[in-house]
Design a protein around this ligand. Sequence first.
Ligand code: GAR
Length: 210
Amino acid sequence: MTRIAVLVSGGGTNLQALINAQARGELKNGEISAVISSKADAYALERAKNAGIPGYVVARKDYSSNRDMTAALVDKLKELDIQLVVLAGFMHILTEEMVAAYPNAILNVHPALIPSFCGAGYYGLHVHENALAYGVKVTGATVHFVNEEPDGGPIVLQKAVDILPGDTPEVLQRRVMEQAEWHILPQAVSLFCQGRLSVEGRIVTIKEGE
Ligand code: GAR
């Protein structure tokens, strides 16, 4: 079994999608072993508790820099013997120490079709505000491996979602979650745990399943 840690900062609907997929037996060869939150009051910790998954807090406010927080996270992940790190609404930029500790073993879900509307400053609702302000007609979500560049790592899965007349950032955020994020994140995690993802440069190849 691949031991998975899910890193969160907020509501945790993507965490819930992973928990539900696990309950349905869809995280083949994977087990959510820990949820780590950067905020002590994140609702995602309740979701972990309800599912019987150990929850931990590594609070951003307890560290003077992202680097110090990243070092504390790496220590925790190693102590828990984690093999796959999933960023599911984790709202801080991890420094290169995390990538060095988990090369091609960190997955992030981003609520846009990378390389659009991504990078530093593009997180949560801001992403959808920017997509609407730009006037794109299609957006979506991306699951990618994390490297040193914010939202810049090799792409695993993407799914497109239509923008509709009258959309607000909140309405669009919900549609992108329902139609894209909650599907492609568990799929990507399951593919990783089955050893079906190989990475060469920027290109991720998905091997056929048995
Ligand atoms: C999700 O839309 C996720 O893609 C986004 O924040 C939301 C978290 O929701 N992540 C980012 O913007 C990271 N750059 P959740 O806590 O309900 O899963």
